[in-house]
Design a protein around this ligand. Structure first.
Ligand code: SF4
Length: 153
């Protein structure tokens, strides 16, 4: 079951894509400077199949990608949702604080951001960041693009 705080349209979190971005609740990685700490007690809602499919239909022709970020999830539920996104004709992206994801998840991703947030090193827009952003399909590291486009999370 995947719980979210909210969803929004993002122009900057996935380079060259217009993304429907879901803020996933329940991250337990505990990055010391997590910028989402204020959300820990915020209300959440279950992103059930009906709501998810309704949103995918609603945004047809308006977005090119669906992004999940900020939280952790049950692998089977996430994989099912990623497959639904591809079936709807959109690309997929996952932001995780982990350094890698299991292959069944990776196999359903077009883009992947990895790495915990470390305020000393900075996020994706920082030249010293430990985080990486990959084009999974093209097998390219695209992290450098975040220093040449608009600031991101
Ligand atoms: S991975 Fe992201 S949401 Fe999770 S603790 Fe770290 S900064 Fe916070």
């Amino acid at each position: 079951m995947l719980k979210i705080y909210s969803y929004d349209i993002s122009l900057t979190d996935v380079p060259n894509e217009i993304s429907l971005a879901f803020a996933v609740a329940g991250c337990n990685l505990g990055c010391r400077d997590c910028f989402w700490q204020h959300l820990l007690d915020a209300p959440t809602q279950i992103l059930d199949d009906e709501m998810f499919q309704t949103l995918l239909i609603k945004y047809q022709g308006l977005i090119s990608c669906v992004l999940f970020y900020g939280g952790e999830w049950e692998a089977d539920d996430l994989i099912t949702k990623l497959q639904c996104v591809h079936d709807a004709g959109f690309k997929t992206c996952l932001y995780t604080g982990r350094t890698r994801v299991i292959e069944p998840i990776r196999a359903n991703l077009d883009y992947l951001k990895t790495g915990r947030y470390d305020s000393q090193k900075g996020g994706l827009t920082s030249a010293t960041t430990n985080q990486r952003f990959y084009d999974v399909v093209g097998k390219r590291d695209l992290t450098h693009l975040f220093r040449t486009i608009l600031p991101t999370r």
